[in-house]
Design a protein around this ligand. Structure first.
Ligand code: GRG
Length: 294
């Protein structure tokens, strides 16, 4: 199947599964459930669930076994976006082409909406079937660690503390390792675990996810400078306005492009143990992300 068709089909499957799992928008108390549907079903790329499902496939697993983890990842990701957009954090008005959650539902409800999505991600993950090598607790541990102060929250702390200071490239990498790369790495790991991956498969996919996550963030920083608000669905050029340390700001646009290409190549090299055929989809996704324009 052609990559574009595959990405569409997988995003559709993930959306359908999330619709099935989440409380209905009409469920009491209605405001919070409406807000959750508003932010989740706003047309995100579903990259984290798609990577989770592709890792499951690369290890010969069944898609249905990875679906609870795939959806849990998307809910954790969406929670992080809702909270990151709050006035107390990045203060953004636009996300996924729509007014941000707090703009529509108010700050208090947006805080609660993020909290509810984070909690719901674990409700969902609890539906995972244990694999021979991985217990249900291993899955919960993997996602919880990624959401914790050791990773996502810790990265956000470094990000907040680094605002308006000129970070070094190393300082920047530390933030992105903890935020973007950590969640992408967990996406690959949970997919692998759901297919009972061997230790060496899990290690290869972890390295792939780490390098791909760093590459994804470099590209995100480049797009903030080079693309329009309409194309991105979020306010373009904002990083420079708030003097945020980004790859283009720290190492320049050309060097950032080279960095993204190098990281993507390293990500693909990490897949060597899988051989060409089994790793084809993951390599295609990595190449597509490097070329993406939104
Ligand atoms: C816990 C508040 C809090 C933050 C944790 C991950 C994170 C740290 C914050 C998310 C905010 C953010 C802009 C992170 C950078 C990662 C990134 C490029 C997110 C956008 O991901 P896409 O492009 O978005 O996959 P869609 O909308 O397609 O899902």
């Amino acid at each position: 199947m052609e990559l574009k068709t595959y990405l569409k089909a997988q995003a559709k499957a993930v959306d359908a599964a999330m619709k099935g799992y989440l409380p209905k928008a009409s469920q009491h108390p209605r405001t919070i459930h409406e807000a959750m549907h508003y932010v989740v079903f706003a047309g995100g790329k579903r990259l984290r669930p798609i990577l989770c499902l592709a890792a499951n496939e690369a290890c010969g697993g069944k898609q249905e076994d990875a679906m609870p983890a795939a959806c849990a990842l998307e809910l954790m990701h969406t929670y992080s976006l809702v909270h990151d957009d709050l006035p107390a954090m990045d203060d953004d008005d636009l996300r996924r082409g729509r007014p941000t959650c707090h703009k529509v539902y108010g700050e208090g409800m947006a805080v609660l909406c993020g909290d509810a999505l984070l909690t719901e991600s674990f409700v969902l993950l609890s539906k995972i079937k244990a694999a021979k090598r991985y217990s249900a607790a291993d899955f919960v541990h993997e996602l919880a660690l990624t959401g914790s102060s050791r990773k996502l929250i810790g990265g956000q702390v470094l990000d907040l503390e680094g605002e308006k200071t000129q970070l070094t490239k190393r300082g920047l990498i530390r933030i992105h390792e903890a935020k973007t790369a950590a969640l992408l790495m967990s996406s690959l790991r949970l997919g692998a675990m759901s297919s009972n991956a061997t230790q060496s498969q899990l290690e290869a996919l972890s390295l792939f996810g780490y390098k791909l996550g760093l590459a994804f963030q470099v590209i995100d920083d480049i797009l903030d400078v080079t693309q329009s608000t309409e194309k991105l669905g979020k306010t373009a050029g904002k990083d420079a306005v708030v003097e945020k340390s980004t790859y283009p700001a720290v190492i320049g646009l050309d060097a950032s492009r080279k960095e993204a290409t190098k990281l993507t190549r390293q990500a693909m090299q990490a897949l060597a143990p899988f051989g060409k055929k089994r790793s084809e989809r993951l390599r295609e996704i990595a190449a597509y992300l490097l070329e993406r324009d939104y």
